[in-house]
Design a protein around this ligand. Structure first.
Ligand code: HEC
Ligand code: HEC
Ligand code: HEC
Length: 197
């Protein structure tokens, strides 16, 4: 899968570690790469297989020093794809990410749902501002790619799958689009299949 480690996600992982009382990962400054090389292959073989290690570049000299994904993500609620469900993690306080690096206060999340109805046979899409503004700033989405006016953006799934609009984040740092139709298409319209969630 494609997964870009954003600063936010790295922050989340760091916080998850702190919450669970895990030891801090101590990265020594500038260990010469050549000197570390012979030990590396042996150490790596001892690392238990964990499919989430797909997030890492195993050939990176820092690989053995990084906290294992299984250790950082283990115990988090998962979605139907088996990936961490970040919204449930936040709501159940399995993670308590810092709001800002400088600890300055952030504006309260915006409680405004926008229902998008150009969905053909699919249930309509409910876009929840609250869920998004618990992580993100208005400027991540306004004025681009979305104007601050409901119904003003023409969006097709094809665009989303290609990484535009919702797809700027979904499939990248937010939940996987093609396996979670009903997390977005959550508002049944008459004559369509009811939403799974
Ligand atoms: C990240 C949120 C999200 C996910 C996940 C998602 N959609 Fe959509 N979908 C949208 C939005 C937004 C629109 C546009 C709605 C509008 O403009 O009124 C849309 C529109 C559509 C449309 C009508 C427009 C078009 O392109 O034909 C169809 C059909 C559709 N989605 C099917 C699906 C299917 C099938 C899945 C799962 C494989 C899916 N969607 C997953 C957000 C999503
Ligand atoms: C993750 C993306 C995202 C973020 C972050 C976001 N918005 Fe939005 N906003 C949207 C989308 C999508 C729409 C609907 C656009 C459309 O239908 O064409 C929208 C619509 C709006 C609207 C129009 C509502 C209406 O009924 O016409 C307002 C006002 C708005 N946003 C304000 C804000 C403010 C204020 C913030 C920050 C507190 C914010 N938004 C953060 C995506 C976002
Ligand atoms: C700027 C990045 C960004 C954009 C653009 C974006 N999202 Fe999200 N979205 C997120 C993040 C981050 C989360 C929380 C992490 C997760 O659930 O994977 C999230 C979560 C969600 C959720 C889950 C809410 C819950 O309570 O479980 C829905 C539904 C959703 N987004 C729909 C949309 C739709 C529809 C669009 C496009 C109209 C969109 N998002 C655009 C970043 C974005």
């Amino acid at each position: 899968m494609r997964f870009v480690m954003s600063a936010a996600v790295v922050g989340i992982l760091a916080m998850q570690g702190a919450e669970a009382g895990l030891k801090a990962v101590d990265i020594p400054p500038d260990t010469p790469i050549a000197a570390a090389a012979p030990a590396r292959a042996a150490t790596r073989a001892e690392v238990p297989a964990d499919d989430r290690d797909e997030f890492y570049d195993r050939d990176n000299p820092g690989f053995t020093r990084l906290q294992r994904a299984g250790e950082a993500l283990g115990g988090l609620p998962v979605d139907q794809d088996g990936k961490p469900d970040w919204m449930t993690s936040l709501r159940t306080q399995s993670i308590t990410p810092r709001q800002r690096l400088d600890d300055a206060p952030r504006p309260a999340p915006l409680d405004l749902d926008v229902v998008m109805r150009n969905t053909k046979q699919m249930p309509n899409v409910r876009f929840p501002h609250r869920a998004h503004t618990e992580w993100l700033d208005c400027s991540n989405c306004h004025p681009a790619p979305f104007a601050e006016k409901a119904g003003s953006t023409a969006i097709r799934m094809e665009d989303i799958f290609r990484g535009r609009f919702c797809g700027m984040c979904h499939d990248r740092v937010a939940f996987v689009t093609h396996r979670n139709c009903y997390r977005c298409h959550s508002v049944p319209q008459q004559g369509t299949a009811s939403a799974a969630r």
